[in-house]
Design a protein around this ligand. Structure first.
Ligand SMILES: [Fe+2]
Ligand SMILES: [Fe+2]
Length: 198
């Protein structure tokens, strides 16, 4: 299905195949395969929730574009773009979304704000998330190869009640992080308060 998707909106200055090649060159094969599965799931969710499929495809293909960049690259980008200096206290998990969006913009020439915001929010979520942002957040979590307790439940939920599935993911991720006793990015807590609390 995704192989036949033809880009017509000029959001990315090239074909889907050209974008796939750029992403492939930036990632290990393992992560590249994950990205293709996220795209497939994002398009299915887009279909279900009336989100534009070209936007879903570009967002999914580029969401982890910066994941394998060095810490120095991210720190330099935070300075260059004058992003919130508190970001420097965090790490790859937060950076590859929030700072990675700047790399997608500068290096791939993608300026569509909904796409960039979805990339920014894909690991931490956000208080305000567009449908596209919710679709990426969920597609990343439930792509075909994901396997964890509750996966069938949350996969079904993402197609039944997208917002509820965002809340489900956020609550489970937070519980996992608390269990590991690792530092929680405040943005994740804000997402939890906005989407997970009944
Ligand atoms: Fe990611
Ligand atoms: Fe991902």
């Amino acid at each position: 299905m995704t192989d036949k998707l033809v880009y017509t909106k000029n959001i990315y200055n090239g074909s889907r195949e050209e974008l796939v090649e750029k992403v492939k060159a930036a990632l290990s094969d393992k992560r590249f395969q994950h990205v293709l599965r996220v795209e497939e799931m994002a398009i299915k969710l887009a279909d279900q929730w009336q989100v534009d499929k070209e936007l879903a495809s570009i967002t999914a293909l580029t969401h982890d574009y910066a994941k394998e960049r060095s810490d120095i690259d991210f720190l330099n980008k935070i300075s260059e773009k004058k992003l919130d200096t508190d970001l420097k206290n965090w790490g790859n998990n937060v950076w590859h979304g929030v700072v990675g969006a700047e790399m997608v913009k500068d290096e791939l020439g993608i300026n569509h704000e909904d796409i960039l915001n979805a990339i920014r929010q894909h690991t931490t979520g956000g208080v305000t998330m567009t449908k596209l942002s919710q679709v990426l957040y969920m597609a990343d979590y439930i792509e075909e190869a994901r396997d964890f307790p509750g996966i069938d439940e949350v996969r079904a939920l993402a197609f039944k009640d997208l917002a509820a599935s965002v809340g489900w993911q956020t609550a489970h991720t937070l519980a996992y992080l608390v269990d590991k006793q690792v530092k929680i990015y405040p943005g994740t807590l804000l997402t939890y308060n906005a989407w997970s609390v009944k």
